[in-house]
Ligand binder design. Structure first.
Ligand code: ZN
Length: 306
């Protein structure tokens, strides 16, 4: 009997010991799992921290560019409206375009506010993709940029008129003020290229000025043979906060909504994000079967509803 009790005690002790071991094993395993989980979270947070640091770097750079731009006498004559250039994204343009009847997929890229130091790179990228585009130019005091006007024409693109001063306060003060500014630009472009382009774009789009004044301007310009062009896709690059990825998405996603997409972009100084986005835009849309053409006088232009 004593022997049996002894065996039972031993078995009980063994079971207790085994249970304790199992318990501690589970506890240790759980602790290890928690450590691994925390380590994973730490890595993820470090990765997020790196991404945020990169984003802060980009934003800081954009802020510096914006500050430089507003402290540059050449562009401050726009009375602080430099950063608001063509941010009109109303997207209310009519769809009465001439349309391509052959079912071709065509994109009309347009670059406003150049020429600038970015223009030669834009031209080279367009060449790489056999793309034609339209440049709505503004006057530049930098003599070295003048030659880009002829280069735009030589490479087969459409040279078009935008504004001499791009100063909203000045040009939209009256129809006469607008027309005077426009004539100044026309003279400058003719002096440099010998050409009088008949396509033009209102700074900020054709709804930027007052309705009656804009109608007076349009009446005057149309009588002289000029035709204005708005846009139906905005790259969003008029806003300094728009990232390269946003520009790519804005263009590549929205061209699909229009039979004749006319895309607003800028090749003015400081539009590095636009330049960075351009190769991907050209590559992606080419891969989707699009070709890139320049606007011409014979097509019915995209214009905002007034
Ligand atoms: Zn503009």
């Amino acid at each position: 009997m004593k022997k049996n009790i002894g065996i039972i005690v031993i078995i009980a002790l063994l079971l207790t010991s085994f249970s304790a071991s199992a318990y501690f094993y589970v506890q240790a395993h759980e602790a290890k799992r928690q450590v691994e989980s925390l380590s994973g979270e730490r890595e993820e947070l470090q990765s997020q921290k790196a991404e945020l640091a990169e984003e802060i770097g980009t934003l800081t750079q954009q802020l510096e560019e914006a500050n430089n731009k507003s402290s540059n006498p050449q562009t401050t004559k726009t009375n602080g409206t430099a950063d608001k250039k063509d941010t009109n994204t109303q997207g209310t343009a009519n769809s009465n375009t001439t349309g391509t009847t052959s079912g071709e997929k065509v994109v009309y890229l347009t670059f406003d506010d150049g020429p600038s130091n970015l223009t030669p790179e834009v031209l080279d990228l367009l060449d790489q993709y056999h793309a034609k585009a339209t440049f709505f130019v503004v006057h530049s005091n930098d003599d070295s940029y003048k030659t880009y006007l002829s280069e735009i024409v030589k490479r087969g693109h459409t040279l078009a008129l935008h504004s001499y001063s791009h100063d909203y306060g000045k040009i939209y003060a009256s129809a006469d003020a607008f027309l005077k500014d426009f004539t100044q630009l026309d003279d400058w472009v003719a002096e440099e290229t010998g050409l009088h382009p008949k396509l033009y774009r209102f700074p900020g789009g054709s709804t930027k000025g007052g309705k009656s004044m804009v109608n007076a301007i349009i009446g005057n310009m149309t009588a002289k043979g000029y035709q204005y062009y708005d846009w139906n896709v905005s790259s969003g690059d008029g806003n300094a906060k728009t990232t390269t990825l946003d520009i790519i998405a804005n263009v590549c996603d929205n061209v699909k909504s229009h039979s004749e997409p006319v895309v607003l972009m800028h090749d003015s100084a400081g539009k590095g994000n636009t330049l960075a986005a351009l190769p991907t835009i050209l590559r992606n849309l080419s891969a989707e079967g699009y070709t890139f053409s320049s606007l011409n006088e014979t097509m019915k232009p995209v214009q905002f509803n007034h």
